[in-house]
Design a protein around this ligand. Structure first.
Ligand code: PMV
Length: 313
């Protein structure tokens, strides 16, 4: 029983920021970037040993006698163990993640998801994905206060979702798969600051800000239709319009604009910033022929990393 389980990253395709004001958004799994949990059985281990060296954490031991609240991973493990009414199993779980931390790609939810999958496997328990999703959401709440629930849902189901705050999350099926590139600016930016700057804009100029937020919501609905119809050129145009509106909301940056422009110039069907903005990531929708030129153009325009994935199959 030396097994590995995993969970993907997530990315916002359309609708960030406007989603805070009740507009819809679309988020998708980014399956080529993942977190992993390797299960290593051992006769000599008493309790659950979690090793997460490349997450900057020391080795943790969870047993009946260890404090419950001393580490986020320990707290996460207890959320599942309490739900199952089980003691920590005698096993070592080694966590590893390729997902950039604090970059809006859902690394926290992905790590919790694979830790839970590993524990369920070891304990020989099965729960359905709805239950798993609720439990991962419990952990997200411990770490993030009042998260929207987008990250855990996309990651647990590994499916695209359509999301409106306060409404049930809808899972989507797309007619055609498509390739996305994620270009990382290498610039750390606070989503919290960007969200609060949009709020200031909203308070100082409600009319035109609201107009932009509503337009973003309409683009999300049009984008959903394009995806359901398999119309990628239309989706690309929608992404570009969405980026322009995010620029108007002041959440783009020179670095993000440079990457978006480079992607479009080198043949991407569409491109936009993704997530909180100001730094972090942008995404480009690419047909097979332009994957290489767009990747090269992104690096030339300053991307520190470019990740590629296929969405929708
Ligand atoms: O950077 P991410 O993927 O965590 O996304 C932030 C999305 C915002 O709409 C800007 C904020 C939010 O809470 O929805």
């Amino acid at each position: 029983m030396n097994s590995t389980v995993s969970a993907p990253a997530k990315i916002i395709l359309l609708g960030e920021h406007a989603v805070v004001y009740g507009q819809p958004s679309l988020a998708i799994p980014f399956s080529t970037l993942r977190s992993y949990a390797r299960i290593i059985p051992s006769e000599s281990i008493v309790g659950l040993e979690i090793v997460a060296a490349d997450l900057g954490n020391p080795e943790l031991v969870v047993n009946k006698f260890s404090p419950r609240l001393d580490h986020p991973l320990t707290r996460a493990a207890w959320v599942l163990l309490d739900f199952l009414d089980c003691d920590p199993p005698n096993v070592k779980i080694v966590l590893h993640s390729d997902i950039p931390i604090a970059s809006g790609m859902g690394s926290g939810a992905a790590i919790t998801t694979c830790l839970f999958r590993a524990l369920l496997y070891v304990l020989n328990k099965s729960i359905n994905d709805d239950q798993l999703n609720s439990l991962v959401y419990e952990v997200e709440k411990i770490h993030h206060g009042t998260p929207s629930g987008v990250d855990n849902t996309v990651i647990v189901f590994e499916k695209p979702i359509y999301f409106v705050r306060g409404e049930p999350i809808e899972k989507l099926e797309f007619k055609r798969s498509f390739t996305l590139l994620v270009g990382n600016t290498g610039i750390e930016a606070s989503t919290k600051v960007a969200v609060s700057d949009v709020r200031k804009l909203y308070d100082s100029d409600k009319l035109s800000t609201e107009d932009r937020l509503i337009k973003i919501g309409q683009l999300v609905q049009a984008g959903r239709k394009s995806l359901e119809d398999g119309n990628l050129s239309s989706l690309g145009r929608i992404m570009v319009e969405n980026h322009q509106l995010l620029r108007d909301l002041t959440v783009s940056s020179d670095a993000l604009d440079a990457l978006v422009n480079a992607a479009i110039k080198s043949g991407a069907l569409g491109a936009k910033l993704s997530g909180g903005g100001r730094g972090g990531n942008m995404i480009a929708l690419v047909s097979d022929e332009c994957i290489v030129p767009v990747k090269n153009a992104l690096y030339e325009a300053g991307a520190t990393h470019v990740f590629q994935t296929v969405v929708g199959h």
